[in-house]
Design a protein around this ligand. Structure first.
Ligand code: AHR
Length: 485
């Protein structure tokens, strides 16, 4: 099978926001306790942070970290998690039916963000929380005056404000699984009023309204909140659909998400036009991943090659929509549906770690024009009816003059010869491919076999005309091409 990818290096069509390489840490299972934070472990530092985990997180260059939930946040009262640890209360976590000890709270989270170099993104409790409680949290983190919560932060050992920029107006309040579930109208009114008060508390913050991947909800929320918010969220969890070929169905799921993301971008444009809003409102895909096996806590999904290909496809898709998507957070960081998996004496990297690493490391800040011609497969998951076997994306780093062409072969059995035609630039050196593949779709990493799937480096033969990448079945590769003018 053959496919063609045409890249025009001179046609920059977007700037990729680094905040799309974000992640998410929820109080759920072993994500925080036993994952990020494990005081007393020989692998932890004096603050209780697992240093081996932090190192692997840093390599992923996580740009923004969302916390503390997820479903958890809709019953969370942040004051329980600040101040002397020994006097913090234990509470029922009714979202995940656990006991929350509150040993990891706001100050620990913000220290952790500092350690890994990520911008903090705090999701507020709009389930059982009040407007006052939300405003107090912003004041605790950001105010530098003589008011009560700024003083409380100082008393807790943090003289300087943290200046947390990103705040989420609740989590998935559209679903009846959520504590404090609301109708679109109820949520939109609460979000509107909360947003106003938060902005009056700290005008510099950026707010994310909670979207539902549904036109009726998203339209109502945008209608009410557009004047006050900077983002609307969308969550996508990929899994196969019953009655379809499991592999192809899973691999089509990012395309179905892409169709809704285009609709959401249209809703945003519609509201901005109707309400004459010049300011940008962007999309925050603030939870996404493959998740279809483990439905109950601790949600310790073990990922295989097909899952990693699905993740690579969605990373291409997110960057293709660089104009409208400005935040994205993989759910989640450690142990819970996560790329990093720990036990008390160490960790291994799941298959999905590698496309994430490839995307941050082998990608330029600019999206350039890239058109793909490829056969595809039919699926009922997308309105368009079919999904191409080859998904490609091109980015450029003008400083190093490197062109990065990310090529995913979704075909479960066939290798594809992908002809990459580069316009408006000369190739001036060895092309390298950073490839992830395996000969078994169900292959996974584990403590016993930690490197079954990882990123490999291959030289691509010097091209006579087009660059030809022989994409193995179920492979994700980034071609690193040195280019001159
Ligand atoms: O990431 C796991 C859960 O998935 C989150 O708590 C919730 O927001 C979503 O439904």
């Amino acid at each position: 099978m053959r496919a063609t990818v045409r890249v025009d290096v001179e046609r920059v069509v977007g700037t990729i926001d680094p905040k799309i390489y974000g992640n998410f840490a929820e109080h759920l299972g072993r994500c925080i306790y036993g994952g990020i934070y494990d005081p007393g472990s020989p692998l932890s530092d004096e603050r209780g942070f697992r240093t081996d985990v932090a190192e692997m997180v840093r390599r992923l260059r996580v740009s923004i970290l969302r916390w503390p939930g997820g479903n958890f946040v809709s019953g969370y009262h942040w004051l329980d998690g600040v101040g002397p640890r020994e006097s913090r209360p234990h509470r029922h976590d009714l979202a995940w039916h656990a006991i929350e000890t509150n040993q990891f709270g706001t100050d620990e989270f913000l220290e952790y963000c500092h350690l890994i170099g990520a911008a903090p993104y705090i999701c507020l409790n709009l389930g059982t929380g009040t407007i006052d409680e939300a405003a107090a949290w912003v004041a605790y983190c950001n105010c530098d005056d003589s008011t009560y919560y700024a003083q409380l932060r100082r008393k807790n050992g943090h003289p300087e404000p943290y200046r947390v920029m990103y705040w989420g107006l609740g989590n998935e309040l559209y679903g009846d699984w959520q504590i404090g579930h609301k109708t679109a109208e109820e949520y939109a009114r609460l979000a509107e009023e909360t947003a106003k008060v938060l902005r009056w508390t700290d005008p510099s913050i950026r707010l994310v309204a909670c979207g539902a991947q549904r036109v009726d909800w998203d339209w109502e929320v945008l209608r009410r909140t557009a004047r006050h918010v900077d983002f609307i969220s969308a969550h996508f969890y990929f899994g196969p659909q019953p009655g379809e070929d499991a592999t192809l169905s899973l691999l089509a799921a990012p395309y179905a998400a892409g169709e809704y993301l285009d609709i959401l971008a249209g809703l945003i444009s519609g509201i901005r036009r109707e309400q004459k809003i010049e300011r940008e409102i962007a999309i925050a895909v603030d939870e996404w991943n493959c998740w279809y096996r483990q439905r109950r806590p601790p949600l310790e999904e073990q990922y295989n090659l097909v899952d990693a290909i699905c993740v690579a496809t969605f990373l291409n898709l997110l960057r293709r929509r660089a104009g409208t998507i400005k935040i994205a957070n993989l759910a989640q960081l450690v142990n819970v549906i996560a790329p990093i998996f720990t036990r008390p004496d160490g960790l291994f990297l799941q298959t999905i770690y590698w496309p994430l690493l490839a995307a941050v490391r082998y990608s330029g800040p600019f999206l350039v024009r890239c058109d793909t011609e490829s056969d595809g497969f039919t699926t009922s998951r997308v309105v368009a009816g079919s999904v191409p076997y080859v998904d490609a994306l091109a980015t450029l780093d003008p400083d190093t003059r490197k062109l990065y062409v990310s090529v995913v072969n979704l075909h479960p059995r066939e290798g594809i010869d992908v002809a990459v035609r580069i316009h408006e630039a000369r190739i001036r050196g060895q092309i390298q491919a950073h490839v992830m593949t395996a000969d078994r779709p169900d292959l996974a990493n584990s403590f016993e076999n930690p490197d079954a799937i990882r990123l490999m480096l291959r030289n691509v033969p010097e091209p006579k005309d087009d660059v030809v990448w022989e994409a193995p079945p179920l492979s994700a590769a980034v071609l690193e091409v040195p280019v001159g003018r």
